[in-house]
Design a protein around this ligand. Sequence first.
Ligand code: AKB
Length: 322
Amino acid sequence: MKNILVIGAGGQIGSELVPYLRNIYGTNNVVAADIDRNKCKDLAEQGPFEEINALDGEGFTAVVKKHKIDTIYNLVALLSATGEKDPLLAWKINMGALTNSLNIAKDNGCAVFTPSSIGAFGDNTPKDNTPQDTIQRSSSTIYGVCKVSGELLSDYYFNRFGVDTRSVRFPGIISYVQLPGGGTTDYAVEIYYDAIRKGSFTSNIQAGTYMDMMYMPDALRAAVSVMEADPSKLIHRNSFNIASMSFEPEQIAAEIKKHIPNFTMDYKVDEVKQAIANSWPNKMDDSCAAAEWGWKAEYDLTSMTPDMLAKVKEKFDKGLIK
Ligand code: AKB
């Protein structure tokens, strides 16, 4: 039986990963933690919750000991576009949460999952079918610098100290429970909200810009499957390419139009986000994840779109969002 701690539980992934894990391992075995209890009211009402700052090593350690934690999901991070507003803060938070997670895991015998991202690739990485092992000189964003450093540090803790570190390179994640904040791929979530809200959308990413994306149910399954994988089969650890769909703005708009025929889209490009998007892969090759732990995506753009539209519409109809 696992005792799991999810730090950064109030974000886009955590708000769905915690219930998903509680469903698998039991509510009392999954502790949600965040710096701000107000961001996690539902998670705190439904099961164990701790208010901790992941940069406070003593407080973090106390929670790990109190709940006899054996697995840490570290989801604390400033995303790519937000990171560019204050790069040093992004470094401090992203790397601080990771180094604390790894050290505390080493001292307390825990496994660690920390998401990496398509942001771990840069301008000189091959863009199509981006290989698992390839050039990673992702120095155009602090987010990318943190992701590459995080992958290396996690592998180091495995090789040097035997800490069971594993992770995946997430594409842009599309979901309807909690909005992402400050990512380059956020447009692919916002488009569904605006399609329901006003039947139109202004994209801040240029037509023709392909990026990997993934629907949240696949992302959750990936995070748990890699942690459950048979370690004897793992050639890689930090981090596995995972993929399910790759599209550019015109393609997601066309898919929405199938369900909302009057939907329209125009463009007001955000130069910072566009430069970041241009440096990322068009589509990753996820064959190592498939071979080493059986990864296979279930959703594509066509199957995700009606589900997203229905779920977002339900939130509007219930008055949960305006
Ligand atoms: C971002 O856009 O910053 C994230 C990511 C792809 O890691 N969604």
